[in-house]
Design a protein around this ligand. Structure first.
Ligand SMILES: [Zn+2]
Length: 94
């Protein structure tokens, strides 16, 4: 019942029900955290992988994590569910 141990958008550990995102019907989303996903939608739908990378780095610096932990978290981002399927080019142009 718990296939994802990390948010498939920002790599945050999903180790607590409180941290899970929510679907449109109010149920918990097991795939994304509440900071990335609420009411069935991404909180920042236009965010790119590069932007997510900067957010993760600055958040982890605030949390005072070590550089190698930060590097590992950032390196894992491209393999998470949200970023694995690239946005079709015609959608990514602003
Ligand atoms: Zn997240």
């Amino acid at each position: 019942m718990d296939p994802y141990r990390f948010c498939q958008s920002c790599s945050m550990p999903l180790d607590n029900v409180e941290v899970l995102g929510t679907e449109k019907d109010g149920s918990k989303c097991l795939k994304y955290c509440r900071y990335c996903y609420q009411n069935g939608e991404f909180t920042h739908p236009d965010m790119t992988l590069d932007e997510m990378r900067s957010v993760v780095i600055s958040q982890m610096h605030i949390m005072n994590l070590e550089e190698d932990i930060i590097t590992r978290a950032v390196n894992v981002l491209p393999y998470l569910g949200r970023w694995l399927s690239p946005t079709p080019p015609y959608l990514s142009t602003k």
